[in-house]
Design a protein around this ligand. Sequence first.
Ligand code: FEO
Ligand code: CA
Ligand code: CA
Length: 646
Amino acid sequence: MMSQTNSHSTRSESMAAESVKPMSEIIAAALDRRSFLQVSVTGACAAVMTSWGPGAIAAASPVDDSNDLFRFSNIPVSQSDQVVVPAGYKAEVLFRWGDPINGQHPVFKTDASNSAAEQALQGGMGHDGMEYFALPSGDANSRGILCINHEYTDQILLFSDGIEPLPPTPMPLEKIRKSQAAHGISVIEVAGDKQGRWQVLDSPYCRRITANTPMRMTGPGIILTGDSVLGTLNNCAAGRTPWGTYLTCEENFQGVFGTANESFTPNLEQERYGLTAKGYVYKIDGQEISGYRWWEADSRFDLSRPDCDADRFGYVVEIDPLRPDSKPVKRTALGRFRHENAELTLAKDGRVVVYMGDDQVNEFIYKYVSQRPYETQRTSEFGIDATGGLLDQGVLYAARFDETGRGVWLPLSDSGMTPELVAVYSRIAASRVGATPMDRPEWLAVHPQTGEVFASLTNNSKRTEVNAANPRANNIYGHILRWQEDGNDAAAIEFSWHLFLMAGNPAQAEPTRHGNVSGDSFACPDGLKFDDSGILWIQTDMSSSVMGNADFVELGNNMMLAADPASGQVRRFLTGPKGCEITGNTMTPDRKTMFINIQHPGEPADEVNDPLQPNQYSQWPDGPAGGRPRSATIVVRRSDGQTVGT
Ligand code: FEO
Ligand code: CA
Ligand code: CA
């Protein structure tokens, strides 16, 4: 099946950019209308930066001329407990789990003894998707807002005594509230100085959105769910809109629902969404122990209750970073599944198109197309309340990839299900219309010049029956697909697709395991994002259960790489500390500052940490005095202050 791969295609070079507008242009135009952008051209940074975080490497020249698109020197794989970046680059820790969102207080306690109330004012755990937004005034390249997702909590590292007390003693409500407060989103204001050093500011915009923040629900699903809910959870990857809002995507919500009611059995819909009595479990001494147990003191997470909140999670949630008092909105029209990211672009006629993946083995890739166009000339349309149903009224499709290299977007309305059922049980509708089961779709990314779409399929060791777009059985290394919509129009209902890269480990002799990557190898692509220059940034998530084992040992820790869509060339840019994944990727408009997230440093192979030795697998980012490893946002810049990557 590897013969079907089509690496190193040059077709994107020859494709006319036609009318696909770069996202930066749309956002800049929208921002301009509110006079938000006053970009300084004098923002060049001094070459010397001091006190960078652990692992940073700086050397003489950042330039490698062997590729026109990216021009940095590659770095080797790493098994060290640090962040490593290329020669001529620096990386600094900016915002960790437990850091106060106003940059001041409450301070993080290294024994994890902060209360739930304190946690609700500090960065959450599990930093993931992230976007940078310009402020209403000032230099957009040195001051802005970061919206940062917190995907999940390591329940053992979150508390001084781990997950004690064990059942049958119920989980205390204070612990549940702390875990809920460590989920969600941090909205922080950040600023860089002339030396390129960034810090978190005390700001009217700073805000935590947690599992208990009141939010609205809109779209066809509310016939079933009602129009309000508390909180957002398991916020994985993200997206942004041309009207200045942040999209946060709810992924593994099934892990926090469960029940102690022994007569409970999941119904068919719950089964399809992986909802079980135990939720996420740790395997400790051969026993399965529920990690969250929120249902023991917060009944809306109890699956045996008919009014439980399970159908109110699994959505794309819209947040207005410039209106801290606005309620976030769950957009049910974009479907309910284990949402990874939400990549938004505009069709030729201005309709809003959102590409989305459902990260579970043999689930699907989706596309939403709004009913009416985004009218960029209407200056009033900016912010969360002004978009009049663009993300509420539209058509939701799932993708079918045919052997011929062609593909079709199948409207879920053809499933025979009502609009509200399509919105809330989208997976079932997508199965009914015959979508192609994929190898765990993670992020999707639209090329800013060609409009071509790229999708990471991270892995699927459970695949036995292959298809053309998922051609490897037991696909432990994953791959990246690409497609062009017919007429180069994002709203088209058919497309042509190719395999872009088959990830692998070149140390493996077997051809299907070798992969076909030209340049630096990697496995388990997850984060996928274009910058405005057209570099495709790839971030990996080899799970801690496989990192370092016989199939993966030569690949080291998780990493970030740059790919050239035209040549297929791949170059390693960053490697992370032990046990982490690399995720979240956003830049200032001048691309001189890049923000990256390091998630779950120190996660052991069985995911079971030890509260008595929290530092045993990683001491990143704070070293031995830090108490425990912490997810964190880092800042990556060139020492000479020039554009990152190029
Ligand atoms: Fe949250 Fe599928 O990664
Ligand atoms: Ca991911
Ligand atoms: Ca992943």
